[in-house]
Design a protein around this ligand. Structure first.
Ligand code: XCC
Length: 640
Protein backbone atom coordinates (compact mmCIF):
# COMPACT_ATOMS: atom_id res chain seq x y z
CA UNK A 1 0.00 0.00 0.00
CA UNK A 2 1.19 3.51 -0.79
CA UNK A 3 2.50 5.31 2.29
CA UNK A 4 0.46 8.33 3.26
CA UNK A 5 1.72 11.43 1.53
CA UNK A 6 2.84 14.07 4.00
CA UNK A 7 4.63 17.37 3.91
CA UNK A 8 7.85 17.26 5.82
CA UNK A 9 9.14 20.79 5.91
CA UNK A 10 12.47 21.86 4.57
CA UNK A 11 13.18 18.91 2.28
CA UNK A 12 10.12 19.54 0.18
CA UNK A 13 10.87 22.93 -1.17
CA UNK A 14 11.53 24.21 -4.62
CA UNK A 15 14.53 26.47 -4.65
CA UNK A 16 12.42 29.37 -5.97
CA UNK A 17 9.52 31.02 -4.15
CA UNK A 18 7.03 31.09 -7.02
CA UNK A 19 7.16 27.35 -7.56
CA UNK A 20 7.06 26.70 -3.85
CA UNK A 21 3.79 28.64 -3.52
CA UNK A 22 2.07 26.66 -6.31
CA UNK A 23 3.51 23.44 -4.88
CA UNK A 24 2.01 24.11 -1.45
CA UNK A 25 -1.36 24.97 -3.02
CA UNK A 26 -1.42 21.75 -5.08
CA UNK A 27 -0.54 19.60 -2.07
CA UNK A 28 -3.25 21.26 0.01
CA UNK A 29 -5.65 20.32 -2.81
CA UNK A 30 -4.74 16.65 -2.41
CA UNK A 31 -2.11 16.37 -5.14
CA UNK A 32 1.37 14.89 -4.82
CA UNK A 33 4.56 16.02 -6.50
CA UNK A 34 7.94 14.39 -6.90
CA UNK A 35 8.91 15.70 -3.43
CA UNK A 36 6.06 13.96 -1.59
CA UNK A 37 6.40 10.79 -3.64
CA UNK A 38 10.11 10.67 -2.92
CA UNK A 39 9.34 10.87 0.78
CA UNK A 40 6.67 8.17 0.48
CA UNK A 41 9.23 5.84 -1.13
CA UNK A 42 11.59 6.01 1.87
CA UNK A 43 13.34 3.95 3.00
CA UNK A 44 14.58 2.78 -0.39
CA UNK A 45 16.37 -0.56 -0.73
CA UNK A 46 20.06 -0.19 0.17
CA UNK A 47 21.11 -3.17 -1.98
CA UNK A 48 19.37 -1.82 -5.08
CA UNK A 49 20.81 1.62 -4.38
CA UNK A 50 24.27 0.08 -4.66
CA UNK A 51 23.31 -1.42 -8.03
CA UNK A 52 23.50 -4.93 -6.58
CA UNK A 53 20.17 -6.34 -7.71
CA UNK A 54 19.41 -8.24 -10.90
CA UNK A 55 15.97 -9.02 -12.32
CA UNK A 56 16.96 -10.39 -15.70
CA UNK A 57 16.02 -14.06 -15.36
CA UNK A 58 13.34 -16.22 -13.79
CA UNK A 59 15.68 -17.47 -11.08
CA UNK A 60 15.87 -13.91 -9.74
CA UNK A 61 15.50 -11.37 -8.41
CA UNK A 62 18.98 -11.76 -6.97
CA UNK A 63 20.44 -9.37 -4.46
CA UNK A 64 24.15 -9.51 -3.79
CA UNK A 65 25.10 -9.44 -0.11
CA UNK A 66 28.00 -10.71 2.01
CA UNK A 67 25.93 -13.83 2.68
CA UNK A 68 25.08 -14.42 -0.98
CA UNK A 69 27.91 -12.91 -3.04
CA UNK A 70 26.80 -14.48 -6.34
CA UNK A 71 23.53 -14.42 -8.26
CA UNK A 72 21.84 -17.75 -9.02
CA UNK A 73 23.58 -17.83 -12.43
CA UNK A 74 26.90 -17.04 -10.79
CA UNK A 75 27.05 -13.35 -11.71
CA UNK A 76 29.20 -11.28 -9.39
CA UNK A 77 28.14 -7.95 -7.95
CA UNK A 78 30.62 -6.26 -10.31
CA UNK A 79 28.97 -7.79 -13.38
CA UNK A 80 25.48 -6.96 -12.13
CA UNK A 81 26.40 -3.32 -11.41
CA UNK A 82 28.14 -2.92 -14.78
CA UNK A 83 25.25 -4.54 -16.66
CA UNK A 84 22.69 -2.35 -14.90
CA UNK A 85 24.65 0.79 -15.74
CA UNK A 86 25.17 -0.27 -19.34
CA UNK A 87 21.41 -0.75 -19.74
CA UNK A 88 20.87 2.85 -18.65
CA UNK A 89 23.45 4.04 -21.17
CA UNK A 90 21.68 2.02 -23.90
CA UNK A 91 18.32 3.64 -23.13
CA UNK A 92 19.82 7.12 -23.12
CA UNK A 93 21.74 6.57 -26.36
CA UNK A 94 18.64 5.14 -28.01
CA UNK A 95 16.50 8.11 -26.93
CA UNK A 96 18.91 10.73 -28.25
CA UNK A 97 19.34 8.88 -31.53
CA UNK A 98 15.58 8.39 -31.78
CA UNK A 99 15.14 12.15 -31.64
CA UNK A 100 17.90 12.52 -34.23
CA UNK A 101 16.10 10.05 -36.51
CA UNK A 102 12.83 11.99 -36.19
CA UNK A 103 14.62 15.16 -37.21
CA UNK A 104 16.22 13.47 -40.22
CA UNK A 105 12.78 12.24 -41.34
CA UNK A 106 11.38 15.76 -40.98
CA UNK A 107 14.35 17.33 -42.78
CA UNK A 108 13.94 14.88 -45.63
CA UNK A 109 10.21 15.63 -45.91
CA UNK A 110 11.00 19.35 -46.06
CA UNK A 111 13.71 18.81 -48.65
CA UNK A 112 11.37 16.76 -50.82
CA UNK A 113 8.72 19.47 -50.63
CA UNK A 114 6.32 17.27 -48.68
CA UNK A 115 6.09 19.54 -45.63
CA UNK A 116 5.06 23.17 -45.11
CA UNK A 117 7.79 23.57 -42.48
CA UNK A 118 10.58 25.88 -43.69
CA UNK A 119 14.35 25.68 -43.28
CA UNK A 120 15.57 28.65 -41.22
CA UNK A 121 19.34 28.26 -41.44
CA UNK A 122 20.27 27.02 -44.87
CA UNK A 123 23.79 28.47 -44.49
CA UNK A 124 24.48 25.99 -41.73
CA UNK A 125 23.14 23.17 -43.88
CA UNK A 126 25.48 24.20 -46.71
CA UNK A 127 28.48 24.42 -44.37
CA UNK A 128 27.78 21.03 -42.86
CA UNK A 129 27.29 19.41 -46.27
CA UNK A 130 30.55 20.94 -47.42
CA UNK A 131 32.27 19.56 -44.32
CA UNK A 132 30.96 16.13 -45.27
CA UNK A 133 32.42 16.44 -48.76
CA UNK A 134 29.08 16.97 -50.53
CA UNK A 135 28.63 19.46 -53.36
CA UNK A 136 27.40 22.42 -51.29
CA UNK A 137 26.44 24.36 -54.43
CA UNK A 138 23.42 22.11 -54.97
CA UNK A 139 19.98 23.62 -54.20
CA UNK A 140 19.32 23.62 -50.44
CA UNK A 141 16.35 21.30 -50.79
CA UNK A 142 18.55 18.69 -52.40
CA UNK A 143 21.16 19.20 -49.70
CA UNK A 144 18.47 18.69 -47.06
CA UNK A 145 17.64 15.30 -48.56
CA UNK A 146 21.29 14.32 -48.93
CA UNK A 147 22.06 15.35 -45.37
CA UNK A 148 18.99 13.56 -43.96
CA UNK A 149 19.89 10.39 -45.87
CA UNK A 150 23.44 10.59 -44.60
CA UNK A 151 22.21 10.82 -40.99
CA UNK A 152 19.74 7.96 -41.46
CA UNK A 153 22.51 5.79 -42.91
CA UNK A 154 24.82 6.58 -40.04
CA UNK A 155 22.11 5.80 -37.51
CA UNK A 156 21.36 2.44 -39.02
CA UNK A 157 24.84 1.29 -39.97
CA UNK A 158 25.10 -2.43 -39.21
CA UNK A 159 28.84 -3.00 -39.51
CA UNK A 160 31.61 -2.18 -37.07
CA UNK A 161 32.90 0.72 -39.08
CA UNK A 162 33.63 4.12 -37.50
CA UNK A 163 31.05 6.89 -37.57
CA UNK A 164 31.84 9.49 -40.21
CA UNK A 165 31.11 12.43 -37.88
CA UNK A 166 33.44 11.02 -35.24
CA UNK A 167 36.08 10.64 -37.90
CA UNK A 168 35.69 14.16 -39.27
CA UNK A 169 34.88 16.35 -36.30
CA UNK A 170 37.22 15.30 -33.53
CA UNK A 171 40.84 16.10 -32.81
CA UNK A 172 43.34 13.53 -34.03
CA UNK A 173 44.72 12.79 -30.56
CA UNK A 174 41.21 11.72 -29.47
CA UNK A 175 40.81 9.37 -32.38
CA UNK A 176 44.18 7.83 -31.56
CA UNK A 177 43.08 7.17 -27.96
CA UNK A 178 39.80 5.62 -29.08
CA UNK A 179 41.53 3.39 -31.63
CA UNK A 180 44.13 2.21 -29.14
CA UNK A 181 41.53 1.47 -26.49
CA UNK A 182 39.01 -0.34 -28.67
CA UNK A 183 36.53 2.51 -28.36
CA UNK A 184 36.42 3.64 -31.98
CA UNK A 185 32.68 3.24 -32.17
CA UNK A 186 30.33 2.40 -34.98
CA UNK A 187 26.82 3.82 -35.42
CA UNK A 188 24.13 3.77 -32.74
CA UNK A 189 22.23 0.78 -34.17
CA UNK A 190 25.39 -1.35 -34.12
CA UNK A 191 26.44 -0.21 -30.66
CA UNK A 192 22.95 -0.52 -29.17
CA UNK A 193 22.42 -4.06 -30.55
CA UNK A 194 25.82 -5.11 -29.30
CA UNK A 195 25.49 -3.56 -25.86
CA UNK A 196 22.00 -4.89 -25.25
CA UNK A 197 23.11 -8.36 -26.27
CA UNK A 198 25.98 -8.10 -23.82
CA UNK A 199 23.44 -7.23 -21.12
CA UNK A 200 21.69 -10.55 -21.58
CA UNK A 201 22.07 -13.17 -18.87
CA UNK A 202 25.44 -14.94 -19.06
CA UNK A 203 26.91 -13.18 -22.09
CA UNK A 204 29.53 -10.60 -21.09
CA UNK A 205 30.86 -11.59 -17.70
CA UNK A 206 33.54 -8.92 -17.64
CA UNK A 207 32.59 -5.65 -15.94
CA UNK A 208 35.36 -3.68 -17.67
CA UNK A 209 34.26 -4.93 -21.08
CA UNK A 210 30.74 -3.78 -20.22
CA UNK A 211 32.04 -0.32 -19.27
CA UNK A 212 33.97 -0.09 -22.53
CA UNK A 213 30.71 -0.78 -24.35
CA UNK A 214 29.18 2.10 -22.41
CA UNK A 215 32.02 4.38 -23.55
CA UNK A 216 31.41 3.34 -27.16
CA UNK A 217 27.74 4.13 -26.65
CA UNK A 218 28.82 7.53 -25.36
CA UNK A 219 30.47 8.18 -28.72
CA UNK A 220 27.47 6.87 -30.68
CA UNK A 221 25.34 9.12 -28.48
CA UNK A 222 27.35 12.14 -29.59
CA UNK A 223 28.55 11.48 -33.14
CA UNK A 224 25.24 10.78 -34.66
CA UNK A 225 22.63 11.57 -31.99
CA UNK A 226 23.50 14.82 -30.25
CA UNK A 227 25.54 16.20 -33.14
CA UNK A 228 22.74 15.43 -35.58
CA UNK A 229 20.06 16.89 -33.28
CA UNK A 230 21.84 20.19 -32.76
CA UNK A 231 22.69 20.66 -36.43
CA UNK A 232 19.29 19.68 -37.85
CA UNK A 233 17.41 21.68 -35.23
CA UNK A 234 19.42 24.76 -36.13
CA UNK A 235 18.83 24.15 -39.83
CA UNK A 236 15.07 23.74 -39.34
CA UNK A 237 14.31 26.07 -36.43
CA UNK A 238 17.11 28.58 -36.96
CA UNK A 239 20.40 28.98 -35.12
CA UNK A 240 19.89 30.69 -31.73
CA UNK A 241 20.60 34.37 -31.29
CA UNK A 242 20.76 36.30 -28.04
CA UNK A 243 17.36 37.14 -26.66
CA UNK A 244 16.00 38.77 -23.51
CA UNK A 245 13.33 36.45 -22.23
CA UNK A 246 11.58 35.39 -19.06
CA UNK A 247 11.21 32.23 -17.05
CA UNK A 248 9.28 30.40 -14.32
CA UNK A 249 5.59 29.73 -13.59
CA UNK A 250 4.87 33.42 -13.24
CA UNK A 251 5.11 33.74 -17.01
CA UNK A 252 1.65 32.17 -17.30
CA UNK A 253 -0.88 34.82 -18.28
CA UNK A 254 -4.50 34.51 -17.13
CA UNK A 255 -5.78 36.49 -20.08
CA UNK A 256 -4.34 34.52 -22.98
CA UNK A 257 -5.01 31.15 -24.58
CA UNK A 258 -2.16 29.12 -23.07
CA UNK A 259 -0.35 26.24 -24.73
CA UNK A 260 2.65 24.53 -23.16
CA UNK A 261 5.19 22.62 -25.23
CA UNK A 262 6.89 20.06 -22.99
CA UNK A 263 9.68 17.70 -23.94
CA UNK A 264 12.66 17.80 -26.24
CA UNK A 265 11.51 18.00 -29.86
CA UNK A 266 10.78 21.66 -30.63
CA UNK A 267 10.11 21.56 -34.38
CA UNK A 268 6.35 21.07 -34.17
CA UNK A 269 5.94 23.64 -31.38
CA UNK A 270 7.99 26.09 -33.46
CA UNK A 271 5.54 25.59 -36.28
CA UNK A 272 2.54 26.03 -33.97
CA UNK A 273 4.03 29.37 -32.82
CA UNK A 274 4.29 30.44 -36.42
CA UNK A 275 0.67 29.52 -37.09
CA UNK A 276 -0.56 31.12 -33.86
CA UNK A 277 0.65 34.49 -35.12
CA UNK A 278 -1.71 34.29 -38.11
CA UNK A 279 -4.62 36.77 -38.14
CA UNK A 280 -7.14 33.94 -38.28
CA UNK A 281 -6.09 32.50 -34.93
CA UNK A 282 -5.44 35.80 -33.23
CA UNK A 283 -8.95 36.92 -34.20
CA UNK A 284 -10.48 33.66 -32.98
CA UNK A 285 -8.67 34.00 -29.65
CA UNK A 286 -9.91 37.57 -29.23
CA UNK A 287 -13.42 36.52 -30.11
CA UNK A 288 -13.20 33.93 -27.34
CA UNK A 289 -12.35 36.75 -24.91
CA UNK A 290 -8.58 36.24 -24.76
CA UNK A 291 -5.86 38.87 -25.23
CA UNK A 292 -4.12 36.54 -27.64
CA UNK A 293 -2.41 33.16 -27.83
CA UNK A 294 0.77 32.27 -26.01
CA UNK A 295 2.94 29.22 -26.29
CA UNK A 296 5.25 28.55 -23.34
CA UNK A 297 8.29 26.34 -23.16
CA UNK A 298 8.71 23.60 -20.61
CA UNK A 299 11.92 21.74 -19.81
CA UNK A 300 14.50 21.34 -22.58
CA UNK A 301 12.09 22.00 -25.41
CA UNK A 302 11.35 25.39 -23.94
CA UNK A 303 15.03 26.19 -23.77
CA UNK A 304 15.28 25.65 -27.50
CA UNK A 305 12.14 27.58 -28.33
CA UNK A 306 13.37 30.44 -26.18
CA UNK A 307 16.78 30.36 -27.89
CA UNK A 308 15.22 30.86 -31.32
CA UNK A 309 12.29 33.07 -30.29
CA UNK A 310 14.25 36.24 -30.98
CA UNK A 311 15.49 35.32 -34.43
CA UNK A 312 12.08 33.95 -35.45
CA UNK A 313 10.31 37.13 -34.34
CA UNK A 314 7.98 35.07 -32.16
CA UNK A 315 8.48 37.02 -28.93
CA UNK A 316 4.80 38.01 -28.98
CA UNK A 317 3.68 34.40 -29.05
CA UNK A 318 6.45 32.82 -26.98
CA UNK A 319 5.26 33.43 -23.42
CA UNK A 320 8.43 32.31 -21.66
CA UNK A 321 10.27 29.26 -20.37
CA UNK A 322 8.33 27.81 -17.46
CA UNK A 323 10.99 25.67 -15.86
CA UNK A 324 12.50 22.29 -15.09
CA UNK A 325 10.98 18.82 -14.81
CA UNK A 326 10.27 18.83 -11.09
CA UNK A 327 8.04 21.85 -11.70
CA UNK A 328 6.00 20.48 -14.59
CA UNK A 329 3.00 19.34 -12.56
CA UNK A 330 2.92 22.82 -11.05
CA UNK A 331 2.46 24.45 -14.45
CA UNK A 332 -0.85 22.63 -14.79
CA UNK A 333 -1.70 23.18 -11.11
CA UNK A 334 -1.83 26.93 -11.76
CA UNK A 335 -5.16 26.23 -13.46
CA UNK A 336 -4.12 28.47 -16.35
CA UNK A 337 -3.07 25.90 -18.93
CA UNK A 338 -5.40 25.16 -21.85
CA UNK A 339 -3.31 22.66 -23.81
CA UNK A 340 -0.23 20.74 -22.69
CA UNK A 341 1.76 19.11 -25.50
CA UNK A 342 4.17 16.25 -24.79
CA UNK A 343 6.65 14.92 -27.32
CA UNK A 344 9.36 13.12 -25.35
CA UNK A 345 10.77 12.81 -21.84
CA UNK A 346 10.10 14.15 -19.29
CA UNK A 347 6.31 13.73 -19.30
CA UNK A 348 5.51 12.43 -15.82
CA UNK A 349 2.65 9.92 -15.42
CA UNK A 350 0.74 12.09 -12.95
CA UNK A 351 0.11 14.79 -15.55
CA UNK A 352 -3.17 13.12 -16.46
CA UNK A 353 -4.46 13.43 -12.92
CA UNK A 354 -3.37 17.07 -12.85
CA UNK A 355 -4.93 17.78 -16.23
CA UNK A 356 -8.24 16.28 -15.12
CA UNK A 357 -8.28 18.28 -11.91
CA UNK A 358 -7.18 21.64 -13.31
CA UNK A 359 -8.94 21.55 -16.68
CA UNK A 360 -6.04 21.09 -19.09
CA UNK A 361 -6.19 19.16 -22.35
CA UNK A 362 -3.18 16.88 -22.76
CA UNK A 363 -1.99 15.94 -26.25
CA UNK A 364 0.91 13.60 -27.01
CA UNK A 365 2.63 14.46 -30.27
CA UNK A 366 5.14 11.64 -30.65
CA UNK A 367 4.38 7.91 -30.85
CA UNK A 368 6.65 7.08 -27.90
CA UNK A 369 4.75 9.22 -25.40
CA UNK A 370 1.57 7.53 -24.28
CA UNK A 371 -0.96 8.03 -21.47
CA UNK A 372 -4.11 6.08 -20.82
CA UNK A 373 -7.05 8.29 -21.71
CA UNK A 374 -5.03 10.85 -23.70
CA UNK A 375 -5.79 11.11 -27.40
CA UNK A 376 -2.53 11.23 -29.38
CA UNK A 377 -1.74 13.40 -32.38
CA UNK A 378 1.62 12.17 -33.67
CA UNK A 379 3.46 14.96 -35.43
CA UNK A 380 3.68 14.28 -39.14
CA UNK A 381 5.75 16.86 -41.08
CA UNK A 382 3.46 16.39 -44.08
CA UNK A 383 0.38 17.25 -42.03
CA UNK A 384 1.98 20.01 -39.97
CA UNK A 385 -0.54 22.62 -41.16
CA UNK A 386 -3.68 20.71 -40.30
CA UNK A 387 -2.23 19.44 -37.03
CA UNK A 388 -1.09 22.88 -35.85
CA UNK A 389 -4.48 24.34 -36.73
CA UNK A 390 -6.27 21.61 -34.82
CA UNK A 391 -4.17 22.20 -31.72
CA UNK A 392 -4.79 25.95 -31.85
CA UNK A 393 -8.54 25.40 -32.24
CA UNK A 394 -8.59 22.96 -29.31
CA UNK A 395 -6.68 25.49 -27.19
CA UNK A 396 -9.14 28.28 -27.99
CA UNK A 397 -12.12 26.06 -27.13
CA UNK A 398 -10.41 25.01 -23.92
CA UNK A 399 -9.84 28.67 -23.02
CA UNK A 400 -13.57 29.31 -23.38
CA UNK A 401 -14.28 26.46 -20.95
CA UNK A 402 -11.70 27.86 -18.54
CA UNK A 403 -13.31 31.30 -18.59
CA UNK A 404 -16.82 29.92 -18.19
CA UNK A 405 -15.98 27.59 -15.31
CA UNK A 406 -16.69 29.56 -12.14
CA UNK A 407 -15.64 26.69 -9.88
CA UNK A 408 -12.28 26.28 -11.46
CA UNK A 409 -9.29 25.99 -9.13
CA UNK A 410 -6.75 28.65 -9.94
CA UNK A 411 -3.41 28.78 -8.16
CA UNK A 412 -2.12 31.60 -10.29
CA UNK A 413 1.23 33.01 -9.25
CA UNK A 414 1.10 36.60 -8.01
CA UNK A 415 2.57 38.44 -10.99
CA UNK A 416 0.81 36.62 -13.81
CA UNK A 417 2.31 37.07 -17.25
CA UNK A 418 5.64 38.30 -15.99
CA UNK A 419 8.43 35.90 -15.11
CA UNK A 420 12.05 36.19 -14.05
CA UNK A 421 14.24 37.98 -16.58
CA UNK A 422 16.97 35.98 -18.31
CA UNK A 423 19.20 36.09 -21.37
CA UNK A 424 19.10 33.08 -23.66
CA UNK A 425 20.37 32.04 -27.05
CA UNK A 426 23.99 31.17 -26.39
CA UNK A 427 25.69 28.70 -28.67
CA UNK A 428 29.14 28.22 -30.18
CA UNK A 429 28.30 30.95 -32.69
CA UNK A 430 26.96 33.55 -30.23
CA UNK A 431 29.77 33.01 -27.73
CA UNK A 432 32.24 33.54 -30.54
CA UNK A 433 30.44 36.75 -31.55
CA UNK A 434 30.61 37.99 -27.95
CA UNK A 435 34.36 37.52 -28.08
CA UNK A 436 34.72 39.68 -31.17
CA UNK A 437 34.33 36.77 -33.58
CA UNK A 438 37.76 35.58 -32.62
CA UNK A 439 38.31 32.50 -30.53
CA UNK A 440 41.81 33.78 -29.75
CA UNK A 441 40.30 36.57 -27.64
CA UNK A 442 38.74 33.89 -25.47
CA UNK A 443 41.98 31.93 -25.43
CA UNK A 444 43.97 35.04 -24.41
CA UNK A 445 41.73 35.53 -21.40
CA UNK A 446 42.13 31.86 -20.61
CA UNK A 447 45.92 32.09 -20.86
CA UNK A 448 46.03 35.20 -18.66
CA UNK A 449 43.93 33.37 -16.09
CA UNK A 450 41.10 35.90 -16.25
CA UNK A 451 39.01 32.93 -17.22
CA UNK A 452 40.48 30.11 -15.18
CA UNK A 453 38.50 27.48 -17.03
CA UNK A 454 35.02 26.49 -18.12
CA UNK A 455 32.58 23.93 -16.78
CA UNK A 456 29.45 22.61 -18.43
CA UNK A 457 26.81 22.38 -15.67
CA UNK A 458 24.20 20.32 -17.43
CA UNK A 459 21.39 17.85 -17.05
CA UNK A 460 18.40 17.40 -14.81
CA UNK A 461 17.21 18.48 -11.40
CA UNK A 462 16.60 15.96 -8.67
CA UNK A 463 15.10 15.76 -5.18
CA UNK A 464 17.57 13.41 -3.49
CA UNK A 465 19.91 14.99 -0.95
CA UNK A 466 17.64 18.02 -0.66
CA UNK A 467 18.59 19.03 -4.17
CA UNK A 468 15.67 20.43 -6.21
CA UNK A 469 18.02 22.95 -7.79
CA UNK A 470 20.03 23.77 -4.70
CA UNK A 471 23.13 21.83 -5.76
CA UNK A 472 23.02 23.40 -9.23
CA UNK A 473 22.81 26.83 -7.65
CA UNK A 474 25.54 26.24 -5.05
CA UNK A 475 28.00 24.65 -7.47
CA UNK A 476 27.48 27.31 -10.12
CA UNK A 477 28.00 30.17 -7.68
CA UNK A 478 31.09 28.52 -6.31
CA UNK A 479 32.58 28.05 -9.77
CA UNK A 480 32.04 31.60 -11.00
CA UNK A 481 33.43 32.92 -7.71
CA UNK A 482 36.61 31.04 -8.62
CA UNK A 483 36.74 32.71 -12.09
CA UNK A 484 35.44 29.59 -13.82
CA UNK A 485 32.85 30.22 -16.52
CA UNK A 486 29.71 28.09 -16.48
CA UNK A 487 27.88 26.79 -19.51
CA UNK A 488 24.41 25.57 -18.56
CA UNK A 489 22.15 23.15 -20.40
CA UNK A 490 18.95 21.24 -19.74
CA UNK A 491 17.04 21.63 -16.51
CA UNK A 492 20.19 23.13 -14.97
CA UNK A 493 19.59 26.11 -17.25
CA UNK A 494 15.98 26.35 -16.08
CA UNK A 495 17.18 26.38 -12.51
CA UNK A 496 19.68 29.13 -13.30
CA UNK A 497 16.95 31.13 -15.01
CA UNK A 498 14.40 30.70 -12.21
CA UNK A 499 16.95 31.82 -9.66
CA UNK A 500 17.88 35.01 -11.60
CA UNK A 501 21.30 33.57 -12.44
CA UNK A 502 21.05 33.90 -16.23
CA UNK A 503 21.69 37.63 -16.31
CA UNK A 504 24.66 39.89 -16.99
CA UNK A 505 24.28 41.14 -13.43
CA UNK A 506 25.66 37.83 -12.22
CA UNK A 507 29.10 39.19 -13.14
CA UNK A 508 28.96 40.89 -9.73
CA UNK A 509 28.91 37.45 -8.11
CA UNK A 510 31.90 36.24 -10.15
CA UNK A 511 35.53 36.42 -9.09
CA UNK A 512 37.33 39.71 -9.82
CA UNK A 513 39.09 38.43 -12.93
CA UNK A 514 36.10 36.73 -14.52
CA UNK A 515 34.02 39.82 -13.77
CA UNK A 516 36.51 41.95 -15.73
CA UNK A 517 36.13 39.64 -18.75
CA UNK A 518 32.33 39.72 -18.46
CA UNK A 519 32.39 43.50 -18.43
CA UNK A 520 34.88 43.79 -21.26
CA UNK A 521 32.97 41.47 -23.58
CA UNK A 522 29.46 42.10 -22.25
CA UNK A 523 28.97 38.43 -21.56
CA UNK A 524 27.44 36.87 -18.42
CA UNK A 525 29.51 34.42 -16.35
CA UNK A 526 26.78 31.78 -16.78
CA UNK A 527 25.59 31.19 -20.33
CA UNK A 528 22.87 28.75 -21.30
CA UNK A 529 23.29 26.63 -24.39
CA UNK A 530 19.74 25.32 -24.12
CA UNK A 531 18.52 21.75 -23.94
CA UNK A 532 20.31 18.73 -22.48
CA UNK A 533 20.71 17.65 -26.10
CA UNK A 534 22.82 20.78 -26.59
CA UNK A 535 25.56 18.97 -24.72
CA UNK A 536 26.49 18.18 -28.34
CA UNK A 537 27.09 21.88 -28.94
CA UNK A 538 29.11 22.23 -25.77
CA UNK A 539 31.40 19.45 -26.99
CA UNK A 540 31.64 21.31 -30.28
CA UNK A 541 32.96 24.35 -28.45
CA UNK A 542 35.36 22.14 -26.48
CA UNK A 543 36.69 20.55 -29.70
CA UNK A 544 37.08 23.99 -31.30
CA UNK A 545 39.19 25.09 -28.31
CA UNK A 546 41.36 21.98 -28.49
CA UNK A 547 41.83 22.44 -32.23
CA UNK A 548 42.87 26.04 -31.87
CA UNK A 549 45.25 25.29 -29.00
CA UNK A 550 46.62 22.21 -30.75
CA UNK A 551 46.02 20.00 -27.74
CA UNK A 552 43.76 17.11 -26.79
CA UNK A 553 40.34 17.73 -25.23
CA UNK A 554 41.53 15.95 -22.06
CA UNK A 555 44.26 18.59 -21.62
CA UNK A 556 41.91 21.58 -21.61
CA UNK A 557 41.10 23.51 -18.42
CA UNK A 558 37.49 22.39 -18.64
CA UNK A 559 35.19 19.88 -16.95
CA UNK A 560 31.63 18.63 -17.07
CA UNK A 561 29.24 18.49 -14.16
CA UNK A 562 25.85 16.86 -13.76
CA UNK A 563 25.08 18.15 -10.26
CA UNK A 564 21.56 16.73 -10.07
CA UNK A 565 21.64 13.69 -12.29
CA UNK A 566 18.28 11.99 -12.81
CA UNK A 567 17.73 9.86 -15.93
CA UNK A 568 19.22 7.66 -18.64
CA UNK A 569 20.08 10.25 -21.30
CA UNK A 570 22.27 11.84 -18.64
CA UNK A 571 24.06 8.49 -18.24
CA UNK A 572 24.69 8.34 -21.99
CA UNK A 573 25.94 11.95 -21.91
CA UNK A 574 28.19 11.16 -18.93
CA UNK A 575 29.81 8.40 -20.99
CA UNK A 576 30.15 10.84 -23.89
CA UNK A 577 32.02 13.24 -21.61
CA UNK A 578 34.17 10.46 -20.12
CA UNK A 579 35.06 9.16 -23.59
CA UNK A 580 35.98 12.73 -24.56
CA UNK A 581 38.55 12.78 -21.79
CA UNK A 582 36.73 15.15 -19.44
CA UNK A 583 36.60 15.19 -15.68
CA UNK A 584 32.90 14.54 -15.14
CA UNK A 585 31.32 15.39 -11.83
CA UNK A 586 28.07 13.56 -11.04
CA UNK A 587 25.70 13.79 -8.07
CA UNK A 588 23.86 11.85 -6.81
CA UNK A 589 26.11 8.93 -7.66
CA UNK A 590 24.72 6.44 -10.18
CA UNK A 591 24.01 3.08 -8.54
CA UNK A 592 27.53 1.67 -8.73
CA UNK A 593 28.84 1.75 -5.17
CA UNK A 594 28.23 -2.02 -4.84
CA UNK A 595 31.01 -2.69 -7.32
CA UNK A 596 34.57 -1.84 -6.29
CA UNK A 597 35.71 -2.79 -9.82
CA UNK A 598 33.29 -0.50 -11.69
CA UNK A 599 33.77 2.34 -9.20
CA UNK A 600 37.56 2.18 -9.40
CA UNK A 601 37.52 1.90 -13.19
CA UNK A 602 35.33 4.95 -13.67
CA UNK A 603 36.73 7.15 -10.90
CA UNK A 604 40.45 6.27 -11.18
CA UNK A 605 41.63 3.87 -13.88
CA UNK A 606 39.81 5.62 -16.72
CA UNK A 607 42.39 8.44 -16.64
CA UNK A 608 44.85 6.03 -18.25
CA UNK A 609 42.24 4.91 -20.80
CA UNK A 610 40.49 8.05 -22.10
CA UNK A 611 41.92 10.78 -19.87
CA UNK A 612 38.47 11.27 -18.40
CA UNK A 613 37.37 10.50 -14.86
CA UNK A 614 34.12 10.28 -12.94
CA UNK A 615 34.03 12.52 -9.87
CA UNK A 616 31.39 11.47 -7.35
CA UNK A 617 30.76 14.22 -4.84
CA UNK A 618 27.47 15.32 -3.30
CA UNK A 619 28.85 18.40 -1.56
CA UNK A 620 28.89 21.21 -4.16
CA UNK A 621 31.75 23.06 -2.44
CA UNK A 622 33.95 19.97 -2.35
CA UNK A 623 33.00 19.29 -5.97
CA UNK A 624 34.09 22.82 -6.90
CA UNK A 625 37.40 22.21 -5.07
CA UNK A 626 38.06 19.05 -7.07
CA UNK A 627 37.02 20.64 -10.36
CA UNK A 628 39.21 23.68 -9.72
CA UNK A 629 42.17 21.43 -8.84
CA UNK A 630 41.70 19.58 -12.14
CA UNK A 631 41.49 22.85 -14.08
CA UNK A 632 44.65 24.16 -12.37
CA UNK A 633 46.49 20.94 -13.17
CA UNK A 634 45.51 21.21 -16.84
CA UNK A 635 46.41 24.91 -16.97
CA UNK A 636 49.86 24.01 -15.68
CA UNK A 637 50.16 21.25 -18.25
CA UNK A 638 49.43 23.70 -21.05
CA UNK A 639 51.87 26.23 -19.62
CA UNK A 640 49.12 28.78 -18.81
FE1 XCC B 1 14.22 15.78 -18.26
FE2 XCC B 1 15.49 17.60 -20.59
FE3 XCC B 1 16.66 15.94 -17.60
FE4 XCC B 1 15.31 18.03 -17.72
S1 XCC B 1 17.36 17.83 -18.36
S2 XCC B 1 14.97 16.41 -16.37
S3 XCC B 1 15.82 14.73 -19.14
S4 XCC B 1 13.95 17.64 -19.32
NI1 XCC B 1 17.31 16.96 -20.26
Amino acid sequence: MQKKITLSGAMQKHSDKQSHAVHMAAVSQGMSTVFERFEAQQPQCGTCRKGLSCQLCSDGPCRITAKSPLGVCGATGDVIVARNLLQLAVIGTAANNYQCRNLAITLKAIGEGRSPVKLRDTGKLQRMCQGLGMDASLPVNELAVLFADFILRELGKQVDEPMVLMDLFTVESRRKVWKEQGLYASGPAFEIFTSLTKCMTNVSNDPIDLMKSALRLGLANEYVGLWGITVMQDVILGTPTLVNAQSNVECLDRETVNIIANGHQPVFAGYIMEKAAAKKFQAAAKKAGAKGIKLYGSLCEGQQLMNVSGARGSQEIFGGQLGNWIQEELFIATGLVDVFLMDMNCSVPTLKEYADKYGTRLITTDPVVRFEGVVPMNFDPEKADAQAEEILSIAIEQFKTRKADKKRVINAPAKGGKGTACIAGYTTETVLTMFGNNINNYIDELKKGNIKGAVAVAGCTNVRHDQGGKSIQALTLELIKRDIMVIGAGCCSSTHQNLCMSTKDMAKKAGRKLRSVCEKYDVPPIVSYGSCTDVGKILDTVSALAWTLGCDTSQLPVAASVPEYMEQKAIADIFTALASGLLTHVSPAPMISGSPVVTKYLTEDLVAVTGGRLLLEDDPIKAADAIEAHIMKNRKGLGF
